[in-house]
Design a protein around this ligand. Structure first.
Ligand SMILES: Nc1ncnc2c1ncn2[C@@H]1O[C@H](COP(=O)(O)OP(=O)(O)OP(=O)(O)O)[C@@H](O)[C@H]1O
Ligand SMILES: [Mg+2]
Length: 392
C-alpha cells in the first residue's frame, strides 16, 4: 500500500493486515472504469477498522492510478444537519477533490471549494461534465431552488461521470447520518431518495460505511429506496496472528516487552479489535514497566473498561442512544445482559432483578441494539461476541 497519505487515519507503522479487503475494494473501485462494479457497503462492529480501510482505499486511488476519480466524504462531525448546508459541503467536497485529482495537486482540495475558481479550473481542464454541474448548482442556488441544490449535489458524481463517460468512485463514511438531515422547518429530508438516483449508475460506484451498523441495516439497507442496491462486505476483528503483530509493533514503539502468552490472551480477550488493543497498550505504557506481566495486563484492562478510553466509548454510545432520564436503567440493563453470555437475553428476568417494569427493560434493550451494544435476532436480543463491551 502507498505511503502517501491524505485521509488515512492509522499511521503506517501501526497499520496491520486488511490487504485482502483493501485489494478487493480497490479492484471494485477500478472496475468502475469498465462499468463492471457494484455499490458496496462495508459492515463491521464499532471500532473494528472500517474508516481505516476506507481512507486507505481513497489514498491509494488518489496516488496510484488515473482512470477513476476518487471522492471521499464523511458525514461525521458536520456542525449542522440542515439539508442546504450539507448539500453545499458535499458538493464543494466533490468538486474540489475531483479537480485536485485531475490536476494532481492536493492543495486544490481546499482551494477549489471556491466554486468560481472551480468553474475556471473545470474550463481549463475542458471538463464538460464538471462545468455543467457547477453551473447548474450555482444557478439552483441563485434561484434558491432547494430541490435543485440537493439533487445537483448528491447526484453530481453520477451526472458528471455519465456526461463525460468516465468513472468516479465515491467513498462515504458515517452514512447513517443522512437519516438526520432536515429542512428549515426541522422536517427529515429524503436523502435516501437522492442517493437512489446517485447510486444507479455503473459509472459512479458508491462505497459506504458507518459506525451504527444496526441502523444502517434496519433503516437504510433493508427497506426503502436503497434496498438491494449495495453489496455487503464484512469486516471482522484482526485474526490472532495480526492482533499479535499489532501488539509487537505497538509494544516496541511504547518501549516495553510483552510476553507471547499475554499477547495471545489480549488478542482473544479483545476479539482482535485494534482499537481495544491500542487503548490497553497505551495504558500499559503509562505504568512504565519493562515487561508486561499478567498482573500488569489485568490492571490495564480493568482500568480501560471501568474508567479509561473503552469505558468512555461505551458511555458516549449510551449518552447518544439512551434517553437522558433513562441512562441509569440502560446502564444497569446492559450490565445484566452480560449474565446471559451467548444465550437469549430474558427481559423479564432482568426486570425482576432490577425491580422495574419489563416495558422499561424492553425499551432499554431496543435503544442498546440501535447503539450496536446488543444484537437483535429473530425477535430476541443477544450479547455481541465482545468480552470488553459485555463488561465481563
Ligand atoms: N488495520 C489496522 N491496524 C492497526 N490499527 C488499526 C487498524 N484498523 C484500525 N486500527 C485502530 O483502531 C482504531 C479504530 O479504527 P477505525 O476508526 O477505522 O474503526 P471504525 O470501524 O471506523 O470505528 P467506528 O465504528 O467508530 O466508525 C484506529 O484509530 C486505530 O487505532
Ligand atoms: Mg469509522
Amino acid at each position: 500500500m502507498t505511503k502517501k497519505k491524505i485521509f488515512a487515519i492509522v499511521p503506517e507503522e501501526e497499520f496491520v493486515n486488511r490487504e485482502e479487503l483493501l485489494d478487493r475494494l480497490y479492484c471494485d473501485a477500478m472496475d468502475t472504469a469498465r462499468q463492471a462494479s457494484d455499490n458496496i457497503v462495508l459492515l463491521g462492529r464499532r471500532r473494528v477498522g472500517k474508516s481505516a480501510v476506507l481512507t486507505r482505499v481513497y489514498d491509494k486511488l488518489f496516488f496510484e492510478q488515473d482512470l477513476v476519480v476518487p471522492i471521499y466524504f464523511t458525514y461525521e462531525g458536520l456542525p449542522s444537519n440542515l439539508g442546504e448546508y450539507i448539500a453545499e459541503e458535499y458538493f464543494k467536497n466533490f468538486v474540489s477533490q475531483y479537480i485536485a485529482f485531475k490536476k494532481k495537486d492536493i492543495k486544490l482540495r481546499k482551494k477549489a471549494t471556491d466554486l468560481n475558481l472551480a468553474l475556471k479550473l473545470a474550463q481549463e481542464l475542458e471538463d464538460t461534465g464538471l462545468m455543467e454541474i457547477i453551473e447548474a448548482y450555482i444557478d439552483a442556488k441563485q434561484k434558491q431552488y432547494f430541490q435543485g441544490i440537493v439533487h445537483n449535489s448528491i447526484g453530481a458524481p453520477r451526472m458528471v461521470a455519465e456526461e463525460n463517460e468516465s468513472a468516479i468512485c465515491v467513498i462515504i463514511d458515517e452514512f447513517q447520518e443522512i437519516l438526520k438531515i432536515v429542512d428549515r422547518d426541522g422536517r427529515i429530508l429524503n436523502f435516501k431518495g437522492l442517493y437512489q438516483f446517485a447510486v444507479e449508475s455503473a459509472l459512479a460506484t458508491h462505497i459506504i460505511s458507518g459506525s451504527a451498523v444496526t441502523i444502517m441495516r434496519q433503516e437504510i439497507l433493508r427497506r426503502g429506496p436503497l434496498l438491494g442496491r449495495f453489496e455487503p462486505y464484512k469486516i471482522s476483528g484482526l485474526s490472532t496472528e495480526y492482533a499479535i503483530e499489532l501488539q509487537d509493533r505497538l509494544s516496541k514503539m511504547y518501549g516495553f516487552e510483552m510476553p507471547y502468552e499475554q499477547k495471545v490472551y489480549l488478542a482473544n480477550y479483545t476479539s482482535g479489535l485494534p482499537f481495544y488493543i491500542k487503548k490497553i497498550l497505551l495504558e500499559i505504557k503509562r505504568y512504565k514497566v519493562p515487561i508486561v506481566t499478567e498482573e500488569v495486563l489485568c490492571k490495564a484492562i480493568s482500568h480501560e473498561i471501568t474508567r479509561g478510553g473503552i469505558y468512555d466509548t461505551l458511555e458516549m454510545l449510551l449518552l447518544q442512544y439512551a434517553k437522558q432520564n433513562k441512562l441509569n436503567i440502560t446502564r444497569s440493563v446492559l450490565y445484566q445482559c452480560a449474565n446471559f453470555e451467548d444465550k437469549k437475553i430474558n427481559p423479564y428476568e432482568i426486570a425482576e432483578k432490577l425491580q422495574v417494569s419489563s416495558i422499561e427493560v424492553m425499551e432499554a434493550l431496543s435503544q442498546m441494539s440501535r447503539a450496536d451494544l446488543i444484537e437483535p435476532s429473530g425477535g430476541f436480543y443477544y450479547n455481541i461476541p465482545d468480552p470488553v463491551m459485555i463488561l465481563k
